[in-house]
Design a protein around this ligand. Structure first.
Ligand code: NAP
Length: 468
């Protein structure tokens, strides 16, 4: 409940409508029961000075700063924390009794994301694309860890890259190259590279069909880190994955830079899983690699949810074998209990009776350990089912596009009573649109299976479980 005691944090930038920071921070405040609120403020360049003064005037606790103010805001602050000063860009402001200090959590957020993905940058040959605000933070973070850097920026603003390379060189004592971002330079730089980081906005929604790196230059063993987080899986990452490269998306960095800002404002340890969970939901629920977060729950089972044709049983079988767990199929248990097929239950007793049976079998199996539970498509409609499953299981939503579902269900001998006798394509779209929010709400891990084989989905679930 908002009161006169509520502390205000926020984001200044132009635009701010796309930002997921409000949902991420407000979820974290709620989770810890902190009397804080986070608001987005659209601030144009000409209003920046007055906006910053308003922070003092209204005793706002802190701000995040985004495009285009990360550098421009510096003259209006009372001081800079040393890293922000070195980087020359601020993404977080802390207000202590009217004294505003600028911080940069992008740098540490980037490093946290690297380490979380088991990538140690020390002595690695890194190609950094871009020389904007985020690239500056990343360049200093990498240099501090002993990486060998080459910075590529497009021709019009090559000066930025040259200036950045010079500053990083004098800080680290290692030569940093600055080159124009074009095909020959990219090719030459990538041959000896261990890691390439995209810190340009190329590939960012709505231009998500673009990639800053030619597909032919991607190869197995190369680490490709795209800090763009919308979409979570950019074209660059998609192509890198196909080429067998190791991929890291922008989501972890986004969450970590937010978590570090949160800690500066509140002094409390940030609930990182809660923040990640909210970000994934806000970005449409699709987490590349897919971890939403099972929080602090100790789980030994996995429950697979999703629409008919999503592959719950087939993936469940492979997963159970790989994890050495028992496979339980809820629909088979229902058939066993009722002594008749699902189509016949629907036909003779109706959907309500079927849902009742579904609830009973869910209750019976939910608390058991070391199972892979392939759930029926409608299990998520009843929150009690999900609460019961979550007591012992990580819930994985196997997502699939309507087209993929139609293709998979077409070759299926099983009768699907909910699709009726009419236009199957329309029935799938309508039912999926209705159920999608239920799946997303239930999920700890979300995996888009539309273009993936059974083995690959199982492997991605295992990777997601390891992150938990
Ligand atoms: P910025 O300061 O505006 O810098 C943008 C960079 O992208 C510049 O180097 C710019 O080159 C380059 N660029 C833009 N369009 C290009 C094109 N068509 N071809 C080649 N280069 C192009 O923005 P920023 O704050 O650094 O953010 C860059 C991206 O990182 C954004 O997508 C942002 O959302 C993302 N980001 C992610 C996180 C995270 O936590 N994951 C954090 C910060 C930023 P010029 O210098 O030539 O203009």
């Amino acid at each position: 409940m908002i009161s006169s005691e509520t502390r205000i944090c926020g984001l200044i930038g132009d635009p701010v409508t796309h930002s997921v920071s409000p949902v991420m921070h407000n979820a974290a405040f709620d989770f810890l029961g902190l009397d804080y609120i986070y608001l987005p403020f659209a601030v144009t360049k000409d209003r920046l000075a007055r906006a910053v003064d308003g922070v003092r005037g209204m005793n706002i606790r802190g701000l995040n700063v985004t495009i285009p103010h990360k550098v421009a805001v510096i003259p209006f602050l009372d001081g800079l924390e040393p890293l922000a000063e070195r980087i020359g860009a601020v993404n977080t402001i802390v207000n202590d009794e009217g004294v505003l200090t600028g911080h940069n959590t992008d740098a540490a957020g980037f490093l946290k994301a690297l380490l979380e993905n088991a990538i140690e940058p020390g002595d690695k040959q890194v190609v950094l694309l871009g020389a904007g605000g985020a690239a500056r933070a990343i360049a200093f973070a990498l240099a501090e860890k002993g990486a060998r850097l080459t910075i590529l920026n497009r021709k019009q603003e090559l000066d930025w890259a040259v200036e950045l390379a010079g500053s990083v060189s004098s800080f680290s004592g290692r030569k940093v190259k600055a080159l124009e971002l074009n095909e020959p330079n990219l090719k030459a730089a990538l041959v000896p590279a261990d890691v390439v980081v995209n810190a340009t906005s190329v590939g960012m929604s709505p231009n998500d069909g673009q990639s800053p790196v030619f597909r032919e230059l991607l190869r197995p063993g190369l680490v490709v880190f795209d800090i763009v987080y919308s979409p979570v899986k950019t074209r660059l990452l998609s192509e890198a994955e196909q080429a067998g490269a190791v991929t890291v998306n922008g989501l972890d960095m986004l969450v970590w830079q937010g978590a570090l800002a949160f800690e500066l404002w509140t002094g409390a340890k940030a609930p990182v899983k809660v923040m990640r969970d909210e970000v994934v939901r806000a970005l449409g629920g699709i987490s590349f690699g897919g971890v939403v977060g099972a929080g602090e729950r100790k789980t030994t089972s996995v429950a697979l949810v999703g629409f008919m044709g999503a592959g719950k049983t087939a993936v469940g079988r492979v997963l159970a074998e790989k994890l050495n767990k028992e496979l339980i199929e809820l629909d088979s248990l229902i058939v066993e209990k009722a002594g008749k097929s699902i189509a016949r239950i629907f036909d003779q007793e109706g959907e309500i009776a079927f849902r009742q049976l579904e609830m009973e079998v869910t209750r019976e199996v939910a608390g058991r350990k070391n199972q892979v539970i392939a759930c029926g498509g409608g299990v998520v409609l009843n929150k009690i089912n999900i609460d019961r499953l979550k007591a012992e299981a990580v819930v994985v939503y196997l997502m699939a596009s309507p087209e993929a579902i139609q293709e998979r269900v077409a070759g299926d001998a099983e009768v699907r009573p909910l699709l009726g006798d009419g236009d199957k394509s329309l029935a799938i779209r309508e039912l999926l649109a209705f159920r999608q929010p239920f799946y997303r709400r239930a999920a700890d891990i979300i995996i888009d299976t539309s273009k993936m084989g059974i083995e690959a989905v199982a492997e991605q679930i295992i990777a997601g479980l390891k992150k938990e």
